[in-house]
Design a protein around this ligand. Structure first.
Ligand code: SAM
Ligand code: SF4
Length: 484
């Protein structure tokens, strides 16, 4: 199944391939991945040709990506990073989508050795937000200007599909002033098909599940007990989501558990599986690095240095030119600023991962025993927006696509010519203007509107910009939630 997206479409007729058993088959073969890595012997010409292929917006094969992963020549590594930066500029432009994580409950029956929430950690304070607390968290997030959330849950019988669906509905129902949450994504345990359907009915955006490591043996070492110790149940978790017609799914690997080059190919293999079976890749890829967690020690053998982290993000960008890349506040402000340039499309901002941590009354200093892990970027949403504007990035709270039904196989944001200009940039401008009007200081407003003027000029299409200008005026007059 290792091939480009285009080839995939020729080989498989997706509808015919929609045979449940075939799709649910575990598709990771450790020795195949190691063989590809071991046999990659990159020459200068190879590496440059692969970069060029990606710059022409083609998906890279596992073998081509392995050539980039095995490159150790510092000059070529710089060329890989430059390639990623240029792809980011050409394909994605300067738009960065902003979201916030909201932890709903940290009870957990699993024992993932790296996680502060694991069942055996008696030091962890266990909390499940009740409806009042959840509302109060959402209100605080809305009062700050957030529009997109990802709800996070431990794995526990209490957090079943009905519970998750109820919490999603509660979040959507909270309106405070001009604030509202318009897209709720989920990071929770894999479900079965009927359970996913219930969650989908509540109107979720993306369902995100990280495989943690794509290496079975390593997986077994870190996942000691509970449902999550079943590698294949987790690996096929998002196939069941597809079966339930949740076609916006997010994959990820937790870097630091196993060899990082292997994991990059594991992620890619997962993307190939989705393309072959559903004719569409995952909506997003996440690449969290392990952080210190309450009462947890992780063997540093596979620790990923900052330098390698930057490399891996650049290589992922080149390998899957049209898949969203998510960078979280696990990383520090400085590293985030560097990695964003390499092709990240979404970041969280104003992040607080304490249960109940967004509501003013319960805010505490970072305490490992009250949260899953330590975060690296503790800036407020306003501070992040301010700095993005300083660097000429366009912060976006856009939620248009899934509300317009532009999801899954019918829609690939970055493969449709002109899509970004037609929809993403304009929606970014409108949502940024809302933010400036409702939450910005006078200074931020000036900076923001100056940038908006520049971005509108760059659109270079008077017909479109006329309508956009009209809508921008409407936003200034108090209209909200205008999108293309
Ligand atoms: N309990 C669900 C699960 O495990 O999939 C969903 C929520 S879990 C809290 C979300 C993700 O946090 C995990 O998939 C894992 O990758 C990440 N995580 C856990 N411990 C971490 C740590 N110490 N540092 C960084 N990320 C961590
Ligand atoms: Fe539980 Fe998820 Fe933490 Fe594992 S990573 S212990 S499943 S919350």
């Amino acid at each position: 199944l290792d091939n480009t997206a285009q080839n995939m479409k020729m080989i498989y007729k997706p509808q015919e391939y929609r045979i449940k058993d075939e799709r649910m088959k575990p598709f990771i073969d450790e020795s195949e991945i190691w063989e590809i890595l071991d046999s990659a012997k990159p020459t200068q010409e190879d590496v440059r040709a692969v970069i060029q292929k990606s710059l022409a917006k083609n998906r890279l094969s596992l073998q081509e990506t392995a050539l980039l992963l095995k490159t150790e020549d510092p000059e070529l590594i710089e060329e890989i990073k430059a390639g990623a930066r240029s792809l980011k500029e050409n394909v994605y432009g300067d738009r960065i989508v902003i979201f916030a994580p909201l932890y709903v409950g940290n009870k957990c029956v699993n024992n993932c050795t790296y996680c502060g929430f694991r069942a055996s950690n008696k030091k962890q304070k266990r909390t499940t937000l009740n409806e009042v607390q959840l509302r109060s968290e959402v209100k605080s997030l809305e009062d700050n200007g957030q529009k997109r959330l990802i709800l996070v849950y431990g794995e526990h019988p209490m957090y079943d599909a009905d519970f998750i669906a109820d919490s999603v509905r509660t979040v959507y129902s909270v309106k405070s002033g001009s604030g509202e949450i318009r897209r709720v994504n989920i990071n929770a345990a894999p479900l079965d098909v009927e359970e996913y359907k219930k969650v989908k009915d509540a109107g979720i955006g993306t369902y995100q599940i990280f495989q943690e490591t794509y290496h079975r043996e390593a997986y077994a070492k870190y996942h000691l007990s509970g449902q999550k110790s079943d590698f294949d149940w987790r690996l096929t978790g998002l196939d069941r989501a597809q079966e339930a017609l949740i076609d916006d799914v997010g994959i990820g690997a937790l870097f630091g558990l196993y060899d990082w080059k292997y994991e990059v190919l594991g992620l890619l293999r997962h993307v190939n599986h989705f393309e072959a079976c559903y004719n569409v890749g995952p909506h997003t890829i996440s690449f969290p690095r392990i952080k210190a967690a309450s009462d947890s020690t992780i063997d540093p053998k596979f620790e990923v240095s900052d330098e390698d982290f930057v490399r891996l993000v650049a290589i992922l960008r080149l390998a899957v030119p049209y898949t969203g890349l998510i960078l979280t506040a696990r990383e520090t402000k400085e590293l985030r600023e560097e990695v964003i340039k390499l092709g990240v499309s979404q970041i969280d901002a104003g992040t607080n991962i304490q249960l109940g941590g967004y509501s003013e009354e319960s805010r505490e200093e970072q305490k490992l025993d009250h949260e899953q892990f330590e975060i690296g970027d503790t800036r407020s949403l306003g501070e992040v927006i301010d700095e993005l504007l300083d660097k000429q990035y366009l912060p976006s709270f856009c939620t248009a696509c899934y509300r317009k039904g532009r999801t899954g196989e019918h829609f690939m944001e970055f493969s449709v010519p002109g899509f970004i200009k037609r929809f993403c940039t304009q929606n970014a401008i409108l949502t940024l203007a809302e933010y400036l009007e409702d939450y910005g200081t006078e200074e931020m407003k000036k900076k923001g509107y100056d940038l908006i003027t520049v971005k509108i000029d760059e659109l270079k299409d008077s017909q479109k910009t006329e309508d956009l200008q009209k809508r921008l005026e409407m936003v200034k007059q108090g209209e909200r939630d205008l999108y293309y």
